[in-house]
Design a protein around this ligand. Structure first.
Ligand SMILES: *[C@@H]1O[C@H](CO)[C@@H](O)[C@H](O)[C@H]1NC(C)=O
Ligand SMILES: *[C@@H]1O[C@H](CO)[C@@H](O)[C@H](O)[C@H]1NC(C)=O
Length: 287
């Protein structure tokens, strides 16, 4: 009898210390090998929308001075609902790079989880929803079919919640080689990296998180909102990032005269270009 190997490994990565990527090649029970329920998005036409580059070497910087795009990767997770309350209390817009099925949290479109409602609220609150792939694999270790599934399955899940799916994504571990770029080009995705990383994932402890605040201050204190902008990366799967660091950088950002915006906005891309309408029968029309 074939034994089922559930390989959860703690990878030193952009989310150190949490068990995460199940290894796709080690068996059918791996999170990442389970396809979500929902309409197939793979046949949706993918014309180029707007002028932000599709695929290629990716985007590291905002273009509009005075704007900071704060982005949160790897959620939604158990802290994300509180994070949405916090963002609302500052009147801040942000961007979420959503992973569909990681950290043993279940599929984002499983109606028995809180995640469908959280993702709908993200959109209603004015945040941008982007893809961080289905199960946060290292693209360089996947076949073309496996990587395509990582993108399309997250679309299927997001589309079943929202009726549309994103045109923006961030590759897990910031790894996207030639095959990954080629697939994302065909699928019409903008690849978003960052130019400011406070490394909250490395400092998720009350005695360590000051280091992340110092990284923020080093970037912001001597900057000038009349000429500068930032594309920042955070992770909403870490307690100190959500409950301590976020207050710090949102206060700082506003005090220095910056505006907290989405990635699409800081690139000058109208909201109508951030998503594609799902296949017929997907539900709510894209607004
Ligand atoms: C991703 O996979 C490549 C190829 O196996 C490897 O060189 C690289 O170290 C991996 N990176 C991470 C973060 O797993
Ligand atoms: C928040 O961070 C500071 C360090 O900047 C630390 O002293 C404090 O204990 C942290 N607060 C909580 C509630 O973890």
């Amino acid at each position: 009898m074939a034994s089922v190997v559930l390989a959860m490994e703690a990878v030193l990565s952009d989310t150190a210390a949490l068990p995460r990527d199940c290894q796709l090649n080690y068996g059918p029970n791996c999170d990442g090998n389970r396809k979500p329920e929902g309409l197939d998005t793979s046949t949706v036409p993918r014309p180029k929308l707007g002028s932000v580059p599709v695929s290629g070497a990716g985007i590291y910087d905002c273009v509009n001075p005075g704007e900071i795009a704060v982005t949160f990767d790897d959620g939604p997770y158990i802290y994300t609902s509180d994070l949405l309350d916090k963002l609302a209390s500052y009147g801040a817009r942000a961007t979420f790079f959503i992973t569909g099925n990681n950290l043993g949290k279940g599929m984002i479109n499983d109606p028995s989880t809180p995640y469908p409602a959280i993702i709908r609220r993200m959109h209603k609150d004015g945040h941008q929803i982007c893809s961080h792939t289905w199960s946060h694999q290292n693209a360089s270790q996947l076949t073309n079919t496996q990587f395509t599934n990582q993108i399309v399955w997250n679309e299927i899940a997001l589309n079943s919640i929202l009726g549309f799916f994103p045109t923006y994504m961030r590759p897990p571990y910031s790894i996207c080689g030639r095959s990954c770029e080629n697939i994302l080009s065909v699928l019409g995705y903008h690849i978003i990296y960052f130019d400011l990383d406070t490394q909250g994932y490395l400092h998720d402890d009350p005695t360590l998180i000051q280091t992340s605040k110092d990284i923020w201050d080093d970037a912001i204190d001597d900057s000038d909102p009349s000429t500068d902008s930032f594309l920042n990366i955070e992770h909403d799967i870490h307690y100190q990032s959500v409950y301590n660091l976020t207050d710090y950088f949102l206060s700082s950002l506003l005090k220095h005269g910056y505006k907290p915006v989405t990635v699409g906005q800081c690139l000058g891309d109208p909201e109508s270009n951030w998503y594609r309408q799902g296949p017929p029968g997907s539900g709510d029309a894209l607004v």
